[in-house]
Design a protein. Structure first.
Length: 660
């Protein structure tokens, strides 16, 4: 706003006969701004400026302007905000923010202009790269010397350090991440990731490692236990993660399904999803407040939201499971499936076993079962599970494309292992009586006899299959990305034959047969849901379009209600001779991996009618949550049923509603 001039001498001012001609200050825009992690201080420097201005944001005022040569590069303030750190071509300089004087120079060398402060502001992190090796160094700002260093071969793809610069994580181009101790120079662990990461991070204490995979997922690891992740989430989207300042929590997820909070200690889920939005364009801003009570989500130049961070849930004491064979991971990322009546849950683990647990099992039961494995399952991680309509037989497929069958009554496998040729299996289904299994992998569909594991038939169409469902033990329907609906049926001679029964104008995303096998629910890539009448070979008159991608289709016990699950909603739809008519929807919790909606909770035999349940992770284990979708005219989450139908009719209905 104005100028203050101080002349450091006496007896001079009285000789001035007129005022000094000092021009008014000029405002200069700049993007060269540095913020400390507490949000208290900022340092700004304009282009072609010979000074850097330090701001105290608590008072929104500048507290000091430090004269700097134009060639100096701004690095930031140390933890106490008493020293400003800058870099030249060969040195890192320290400036006293009280006096503005240079107090030290660190002979870092040619890597000076790439140096950064450690997250806690106590040291300087330096990378020296060449074609043969990379030298990683931490310099002490107090002593002005190199405190520690690590030398790794080649040029790493990514590097991350903990808050104090005690540990460093290095990602190579071979999908491996290695964590080193700076003081001892020892390797703490190697983590073989599912794919090449685009981001890696260490928690503040260096105990937890996080990795983000471009457009495909993320994982969180305990540095001391590199054998399996604490948490792994996979799927398309703009995945992100952020550790809290203390490192005790990690926020992970993607905007279209929301960000979940997990404990960094064991991967336990903490609280509901936050920051859900439909738009998938670009990543969100994702950050904790310094006191860890708030979480920020949203995009630049768009709406931002602040969420209260929930505290950890109170639950009963955990019983330690075998480290070599943990059945249930608190993060809830294991593949699982609930029986149709909700009496038990089948869980697949990374060691290739399938475990059958009654609903309501105690932690003591789980721990005991993890030690009592007397059979040999798959040789790799279980990826997919399927169950017959009675829940007596379970089918599983592992990452090595082997298929096994398990009896739910005792949890033991049948004595065969079927090998599925071709690319990885994407879909698995059991016929209603469990006599055969349908398997999709790429453009191939296979029929497997569940009595002995023999492949009864295999068809390759040259087009990627995207859905399958059994209408009966002799009739399997499959859909492909070009919209073809085909029937694989077993003839009187026992052989399987294929024929095309319908051509959709759009690619098919999902298929599901009704409990009686008289019609199919067909969802295409535009999320239009239709009812295909099998006896007439046609689409029913009434269809609807769901607002976002449909992930699951389920029926109630009577088959008159259809449930469409998206990433964050469950829609209830009435099924009749006319077709599909939307009724209501609810904001649903995050479903577990592979878990489906079922029509029982295991507590009431024959829980028929319209009661539906979804397996969710709560208090570190699985609970069956009832989907209580109201249909009364009383006010609900968005208003009355009639108001909601009027508002959403144009969004969800592909055909006009009567009376609209």
């Amino acid at each position: 706003v104005g100028w203050n001039l101080k002349l450091n001498s006496q007896g001079v001012v009285e000789y001035f006969q007129r005022g000094l001609n000092i021009p008014d200050p000029l405002e200069r825009e700049t993007e060269n701004i540095w913020f400390d992690r507490t949000g208290r201080y900022a340092v700004a420097r304009a282009m072609q400026s010979d000074s850097a201005r330090i701001w105290d944001l608590a008072f929104a005022e500048p507290v000091r302007a430090v004269a700097l040569p134009e060639s100096e590069i701004l690095i930031g303030l140390d933890a106490s905000a008493r020293r400003l750190v800058t870099a030249t071509q060969n040195t890192v300089n320290l400036w006293d923010t009280t006096t503005g004087d240079k107090i030290d120079s660190l002979a870092v060398g040619a890597a000076s202009n790439r140096a950064v402060l450690t997250p806690d502001g106590s040291g300087l992190f330096v990378e020296r790269r060449n074609d043969f090796e990379t030298r990683l160094e931490v310099w002490s700002l107090d002593d002005g010397i190199r405190a520690s260093e690590i030398v790794v071969a080649g040029v790493p793809a990514l590097v991350a350090i903990d808050a104090a610069g005690r540990r460093v994580a290095v990602a190579d181009f071979d999908r491996a991440v290695r964590v080193w101790d700076f003081q001892s120079g020892g390797l703490l662990g190697q983590f073989d990731l599912a794919t090449q990461p685009s981001v890696i991070r260490l928690s503040a204490d260096g105990e937890t490692l996080g990795a983000v995979y471009p457009d495909s997922g993320l994982s969180v690891w305990d540095v001391d236990k590199p054998s399996r992740p604490l948490l792994e989430e996979l799927g398309p989207g703009n995945w992100q993660m952020a550790f809290s300042p203390s490192g005790s929590l990690v926020a992970a997820g993607r905007p279209q399904t929301g960000f979940q909070l997990f404990s960094s200690e064991d991967g336990r889920l903490v609280g509901p999803p936050l920051g859900v939005r439909k738009s998938e364009q670009g990543p969100d801003l994702l950050a904790f407040s310094q006191n860890e009570k708030l979480l920020l989500t949203g995009r630049k130049n768009d709406r931002l939201r602040l969420w209260r961070v929930p505290g950890p849930t109170v639950s009963e004491s955990r019983v330690p499971q075998s480290e070599s064979h943990m059945i249930w991971n608190p993060s809830g990322d294991r593949t699982l499936l609930a029986s149709p009546d909700g009496r038990f849950i089948a869980i697949g683990d990374p060691n290739g076993h399938v475990h059958v647990l009654p609903v309501g099992s105690s932690y003591e039961d789980i721990a005991a079962l993890s030690e009592d494995v007397s059979f040999v399952g798959h040789r790799s991680d279980v990826q997919r599970l399927a169950m017959d309509s009675s829940g007596r037989l379970i089918a599983s497929v592992a990452t090595d494309n082997t298929l096994r069958a398990w009896r739910s009554v005792n949890g033991e496998p049948l004595p065969f292992i079927a090998e599925i040729d071709g690319p990885p299996v994407t879909h698995l289904a059991l016929s209603p009586a469990g006599s055969v299994a349908g398997v999709l992998n790429g453009s191939r569909v296979s029929i497997v006899d569940m009595a002995d594991g023999n492949v009864l038939a295999s068809f390759d169409s040259g087009v990627t299959y995207t859905g399958l469902t059994f209408a009966s033990d002799e009739n399997l329907y499959v859909g492909d990305q070009n919209g073809s609906l085909k029937l694989l049926s077993r003839g009187a001679d026992g052989n399987w034959h294929t024929q095309q029964v319908f051509q959709s104008p759009d690619g098919i995303r999902l298929l599901k047969a009704s409990p009686r096998g008289d019609y199919l629910i067909l969802v295409d890539i535009t999320n239009r849901a239709s009812q295909f009448v099998l006896a007439e070979g046609r689409i029913a008159d009434e269809s609807l379009r769901i607002a976002s991608d449909v992930r699951e289709v389920a029926f109630d016990a009577r088959g008159t209600r259809v449930y469409f699950a998206t990433a964050r909603w469950v829609h209830r739809v009435n099924s009749s001779a006319r077709g599909l008519v939307w009724m209501d929807a609810m904001f649903a919790p995050k479903p577990l991996k592979g878990a489906g909606i079922v029509h029982g909770d295991g507590t009431s035999p024959g829980t028929a009618g319209h009661r539906m349940f979804m397996p969710v992770a709560r208090n570190g284990y699985i609970e069956l949550l009832e989907l209580d979708i109201g249909a009364s005219a009383t006010a609900g989450l968005f208003g009355s049923r009639d108001e909601l139908l009027k508002e959403w009719a144009t969004r969800i209905s592909a055909a006009p509603l009567e009376g609209s």
